[in-house]
Design a protein around this ligand. Structure first.
Ligand SMILES: Cc1cc2nc3c(=O)[nH]c(=O)nc-3n(C[C@H](O)[C@H](O)[C@H](O)COP(=O)(O)OP(=O)(O)OC[C@H]3O[C@@H](n4cnc5c(N)ncnc54)[C@H](O)[C@@H]3O)c2cc1C
Length: 282
C-alpha cells in the first residue's frame, strides 16, 4: 500500500489543505493558476457528504488567507447526488454561494454517464442564481455537441476534456482519432459562441491546434485558458505559461485518492508498468 501511496503522490498534491496550498503556491510562482479539488466521490451517506461540504467551505476560506490564486473543482456524487438530487443541490448551493461572497469560482466536474443528465440539471438550476459556477463537458460523448450549444445559450463557462470514464459505444466515441476530431469541433464552437472556454488536455496535437486556431482567429490569450492535471506534463504547461497563455492546474488532494488515481492509471499504460516495476523493487 505504501508504494501505491508513493505512486499516487505524483498525481495528488498531498493529504492536507496545508500541503495542497504549498503546492499551489509553487505553481503560482510559475504563473500557473490552480483549481483545488478535495478528493471524494460516490458518497452514499449524508454524514460523509456534509463533511465534504464543510471541507470545501473551509477551503474557500483558506484560499484568500493563504493568498493563492485558485478556484475549486468538485464532483456532485461527493455532494450527495446519489442520495437525493435536491439535497445535493442545497449542498452545492452553499458552496457556490460562499464562493460568490469571496469572489471565487466553482467548477462542477463531469462524472460517468449515469450522472451526466442529473449533473447538468443541477448546473442549470445553479446557473439561474449564480455566475461564478462552471461545468465540464466530455468530447467522447455523442450528446456533447447539443450540450455545448445549449450551455452556450446560457453563457455557461465550460471546461472541455476528452472524458475519463469507461462508457459503452452507444453513448461514447471509442477511437482516439475520432474523440480528438470531436474535441476540435466542440472547441471551435466554444471559441466562436462560448464564454471563456477551458481547454483541458495534455494532448500535444490538441494544444497545438488551440494555439494555431486562436492565433489565426485573433482570439486573445485572456479569452480562454489551458488546464492540466497536477503531475502530468508539467514542462509543457510551464512553457505555455511562459509563452503568455493562461494556464490552470487541477490540484487534487486528500485521502480518498484511489478512484482518481485509478482513472489516471487507466489512461496511461506506462503508469501501470511503473507501479508494477516498483512493487518488485526493494
Ligand atoms: C484540468 C482537467 C480536468 C478534467 N476534468 C475531468 C472531468 O471533470 N471529467 C472527466 O471525465 N475527465 C476529466 N479530465 C480527464 C480527461 O477527460 C482525460 O481523461 C485526460 O485528460 C486524458 O486525456 P488527454 O486529453 O490529456 O489526452 P491523452 O491522449 O490521454 O494524453 C495525451 C498525452 O498526455 C500525457 N498523459 C495523459 N494522461 C496521462 C496520465 N494519466 N499519466 C501520464 N501522462 C499522461 C501523455 O503524454 C499522453 O500521451 C480532466 C482533465 C483535465 C486536464
Amino acid at each position: 500500500m505504501k508504494l501505491l501511496t508513493r505512486m499516487a503522490r505524483s498525481f495528488v498534491a498531498g493529504e492536507t489543505v496545508e500541503e495542497a496550498i504549498k503546492n499551489v503556491r509553487k505553481l503560482n510562482e510559475k504563473s500557473i493558476m490552480a483549481t483545488l479539488d478535495v478528493l471524494g466521490e460516490s458518497v452514499k451517506d449524508r454524514e460523509t457528504a456534509e463533511k465534504a461540504v464543510n471541507a470545501y467551505l473551509a477551503l474557500l476560506d483558506a484560499i484568500p488567507k493563504a493568498g493563492i490564486n485558485s478556484h475549486v473543482s468538485l464532483k456532485l456524487t461527493q455532494m450527495g447526488l446519489d442520495i437525493d438530487t435536491d439535497y445535493c443541490c442545497q449542498n452545492i448551493d452553499r458552496i457556490v454561494g460562499k464562493a460568490k461572497t469571496l469572489g471565487n469560482f466553482v467548477r462542477v466536474d463531469m462524472e460517468g454517464t449515469p450522472h451526466t443528465q442529473r449533473t447538468l440539471d443541477i448546473f442549470y438550476r445553479l446557473r439561474q442564481k449564480y455566475d461564478n459556477v462552471g461545468i465540464v463537458l466530455q468530447a467522447y460523448l455523442h450528446r456533447t455537441g447539443k450540450d455545448v450549444r445549449d450551455l452556450n445559450n446560457i453563457k455557461a463557462k465550460i471546461r472541455l476534456c476528452k472524458g475519463a470514464y469507461k462508457e459503452p459505444p452507444d453513448l461514447a466515441i471509442k477511437k482516439m482519432k475520432d474523440i480528438r476530431a470531436n474535441f476540435i469541433l466542440l472547441a471551435e464552437t466554444l471559441f466562436k459562441e462560448g464564454v471563456y472556454p477551458a481547454i483541458a488536455t495534455h494532448d500535444d496535437r490538441l494544444i497545438k491546434w488551440t494555439k494555431e486556431y486562436t492565433a489565426s482567429n485573433k482570439i486573445a490569450n485572456d479569452r480562454f485558458e489551458f488546464q492540466y492535471l497536477y503531475g502530468i506534463r508539467n514542462k509543457t504547461f510551464r512553457n505555455l505559461a511562459e509563452e503568455g497563455y493562461r494556464v490552470r492546474c487541477y490540484v487534487p488532494f486528500g485521502t480518498h485518492w484511489l478512484p482518481y488515481f485509478s482513472r489516471r492509471l487507466r489512461e496511461r499504460k506506462e503508469n501501470v508498468f511503473f507501479v508494477v516495476k516498483n512493487l518488485f523493487r526493494k
